[in-house]
Design a protein around this ligand. Structure first.
Ligand SMILES: [Zn+2]
Ligand SMILES: [Zn+2]
Length: 137
């Protein structure tokens, strides 16, 4: 086990909500992202609006293969941070893309490859919609 974290005291270890493998921390500029070592899914802690600009280029950390077609296998996953059952979200303009959103801590989980796919369809607009949608009634 290599300890490469440069933020002592914040050595949280998450397990992938999808396949339960260990996740590794990837620091992308000021954004801390957890990436599954097995399926390469990406976990974002609650995104801050000021992070949106930084997300341009974040596809460089999405190293997984293009998304697979076996996503129906996962019906329910729990938030790796607070263990709340996550909600499947679908972008109405891109119904082939979905992701899991935690209603409590607002973390977001993407399958490997999906973040890159979002990038191709203006990820900034997508995340702005995401923030609005998280303000659920
Ligand atoms: Zn995984
Ligand atoms: Zn959560």
């Amino acid at each position: 086990m290599t300890q490469t974290t440069d933020t002592p005291g914040e050595t949280r270890k998450l397990n992938c909500p999808k396949c339960n493998a260990a996740m590794e921390t990837v620091n992308f500029q000021d954004i801390r992202v957890d990436r599954c070592t097995a399926c390469k899914g990406l976990w974002f802690d609650a995104l801050e609006k000021e992070h949106l600009d930084l997300l341009q280029g974040a596809d460089s950390i999405d190293t997984g293969p293009a998304h697979q077609e076996n996503r129906d296998e996962v019906v329910r996953i729990n938030c790796p941070a607070c263990h709340t059952q996550m909600i499947r979200m679908v972008d109405h303009r891109q119904p082939h893309i979905w992701y899991e959103s935690c209603p409590v801590c607002y973390g977001v989980f993407f399958d490997a490859g999906e973040f890159r796919e979002h990038k191709e369809h203006s990820v900034l607009g997508f995340f702005r919609d995401l923030f609005h949608r998280n303000e659920r009634k």
